[in-house]
Design a protein around this ligand. Sequence first.
Ligand SMILES: NC(=O)c1ccc[n+]([C@@H]2O[C@H](COP(=O)([O-])OP(=O)(O)OC[C@H]3O[C@@H](n4cnc5c(N)ncnc54)[C@H](O)[C@@H]3O)[C@@H](O)[C@H]2O)c1
Length: 253
Amino acid sequence: MRIVIGGALGRMGQELASAAQAQGIQVACGVDVAYAGQPADFPMVAGYERVTQQADVLIDFSRPDALPEILAFCRSRRLPAVLCTTGYTDVELASIHKASQEIPLLRSANMSLGVHVLEQMMALACKVLGEGYDIEIVERHHRMKADSPSGTALMLYDTARREMGGGIKPVYGRYGRMEQRQPGDVGIHAVRGGSMTGEHEVGFYGEGEQLLLIHRAENRSLFAQGALKAGRFLAGKPAGLYSMRDVVAQMLA
Ligand SMILES: NC(=O)c1ccc[n+]([C@@H]2O[C@H](COP(=O)([O-])OP(=O)(O)OC[C@H]3O[C@@H](n4cnc5c(N)ncnc54)[C@H](O)[C@@H]3O)[C@@H](O)[C@H]2O)c1
């Protein structure tokens, strides 16, 4: 497999490049707006218009504002893309959806397989425990994280909404609220500090019992490994919008 890395000079881009090279995957080109001749052991450019190499898939860990260039590049090359960047707006998500009618795209706010197992356990808890339990989502990340709450926390909230069949609403923090918790509230809380990679906790609080499901990322390599798995899954697939759920489903099949 040959990959193009979006955001190649960033923390995740560098992690992905070393994970790929360790697996014998060729980094055909790295793209990063901050590129100004820094040494790299694969071709690097500052913009997609300068990529001349052939590749099988693009894997992006950059910033949401790179999206228009990525989609234009992938459409013109008929190149599948794994979109790992978080913090997309609804308009950007709609443009991903539209482009997926032409090319295979996989987007996930969390590339770790463990988080997707957590998601399935959460879906089970929503079904069984249901409305009698209060759900709270707490995420913790390093001080450099730009978006909050994390894309994964929002993904977990969406899972709850899907499993509960509506009737719930997100409550982001509780500053200024002078009222008790309302039925159907799902608290979403973001903690930022230090260097911790990332933690997601989903709590089900009932009368007389609590169920806490926690996923802790200890380093970034698991996201790189997951992104490469997603890249392998996507190369050769028909146009469409895929997620890590599809990768997990293929593993279970
Ligand atoms: N889906 C996941 O599992 C997962 C895991 C970790 C991080 N992330 C997300 O990946 C993104 C990057 O994270 P990071 O920690 O590596 O950040 P980072 O700030 O270390 O790196 C981002 C890189 O992208 C580059 N960049 C910015 N705009 C660009 C553009 N228009 N074109 C090309 N490159 C551009 C920057 O110069 C920088 O080198 C964030 O959105 C983060 O939340 C997702």
